[in-house]
Design a protein around this ligand. Structure first.
Ligand SMILES: Cc1ncc(COP(=O)(O)O)c(C=O)c1O
Length: 386
């Protein structure tokens, strides 16, 4: 099987698996315990925090370990909303956020907050001007994702953050889950107060992530308890996961920017191959995108049918046509960029990763061409016999 679903999750690197295994075996102490095993465990967490801080360009004290992107987003947004609700109850976000931001905002609306969902352009990009227009005197938070998980479009978060610096009371959260390690972003330069990271998107373990929280910023914790993670995220630390994530960060740093250039090359090979297939429409814009995602529609063919047909030929990809709760609803992200329902219901996401090669991309294009031709001729026959 050839895995082209790296935006959903990445296969953990063998060294990460080994780090997790060793951590479970050797560092089973509770980092809060005073004895030797506790101190050893605390050391592991401290080292991992230093690795994460160096990678993100921040202080170790600004790193909060969480259970992943969803928790980091929830903690950031609800944490700010609860802490600063007396200052204002308005939040600005975009129409194309991941549900771990979008649905949190919907939930807060139900609790009396007001949210502006800023629209995006045809390429799936929000503009600084539209964010500026959405701002109100009672705005307490702006939350904009770094890279969209369905289209791969990079958002102008640095531009928005720099502009927001003049409003120190308006906090800026960035869901960087899809961008980390793929698209450069300086937390400090972009004036980011809170940033979400998830390890399983970069060959780390799932169920572990980071919330960067600017030093001195106070937010309400979601989880109360033992006061771990500076009181922001109580609960005995997931030491094996945290150690595995630090290993994954180190490996990502070793590979450096060259891997992203390689991915971009593969993505362009894929784009050119698919552009040549009759009836395929490429939804991912030409420029300003992360290197690993290509979103394609095959109008007239249901995405689920194509996904299964491709799986039969040995390729694993994703459909983003249906949101999890309503199977027949088209993707909110694709409809936000003005794609019609038929096109949105037939969209596929191919997402590339470290293990993919040019040969695999070539094979995929051949398989997709055959599947599309077969399914289209089947549909024609079906409509002809009606
Ligand atoms: C943009 C974005 N945010 C948040 C998440 C959620 O992260 P996690 O799976 O670690 O909870 C994802 C996962 O797909 C994502 O793509």
């Amino acid at each position: 099987m050839i895995y082209f679903d790296n935006s959903a999750t990445t296969p953990p690197h063998p060294d990460v698996i080994e780090t997790v295994r060793r951590a479970m075996e050797a560092y089973y102490g509770n980092p809060s315990s005073l004895h030797q095993k506790g101190v050893e465990a605390e050391q592991v967490i401290k080292q991992a925090r230093a690795v994460a801080a160096q990678f993100l360009g921040c202080k170790p004290s600004e790193i909060i370990f969480t259970s992943g992107g969803t928790e980091s987003n929830n903690t950031a947004i609800k944490g700010v909303a609860l802490q600063y609700q007396t200052r204002g109850k308005h939040i600005v976000t975009t129409q194309i956020e991941h549900p771990a931001v979008y649905d949190v905002c919907k939930q807060l609306e139900g609790l009396g907050f007001s949210v502006t969902y800023v629209p995006v352009d045809r390429e799936g990009r929000v503009s600084l001007e539209d964010v500026q227009r959405a701002m109100r005197p009672d705005t307490i938070l702006v939350s904009v994702m770094h890279v969209n998980n369905e289209l791969g479009t990079i958002q102008p978060v640095a531009e928005i953050g720099k502009w927001l610096k003049q409003f120190p009371k308006v906090l800026f959260h960035v869901d960087a889950v899809q961008g980390v390690g793929k698209v450069p972003l300086s937390i400090k330069e972009a004036g980011i107060d809170l940033l979400s990271v998830s390890a399983h998107k970069f060959y780390g373990p799932r169920g572990v992530g980071i919330l960067y929280k600017r030093e001195g910023l106070i937010i309400q914790p979601l989880l109360m308890g033992g006061g771990q993670e500076s009181g922001v995220r109580s609960g005995t630390e997931n030491l094996p996961g945290i150690a595995g994530m630090a290993k994954a960060i180190r490996l990502m740093q070793e590979l450096g920017a060259a891997e992203n250039t390689r991915l971009e090359g593969l993505r362009e090979q894929l784009r050119a191959g698919i552009a040549d297939i009759e009836g395929c429409i490429i939804n991912t814009p030409q420029t300003g995108t992360a290197p690993h995602i290509l979103n394609v529609s095959v109008p007239g063919v249901k995405a689920e049918v194509l996904v299964h047909a491709l799986e039969e030929r040995g390729f694993l990809i994703s459909t983003k046509s249906a949101c999890s709760s309503k199977a027949d609803e088209p993707s909110r992200v694709l409809t936000s960029i003005g794609i019609d329902r038929d096109c949105a219901l037939s969209s596929l996401r191919v997402s590339l990763g470290r293990e993919n090669t040019a040969e695999q991309v070539g094979q995929f294009v051949v398989a997709l061409r055959e599947c599309v031709a077969q399914l289209r001729s089947y549909m024609k026959q079906k409509s002809g016999t009606r």
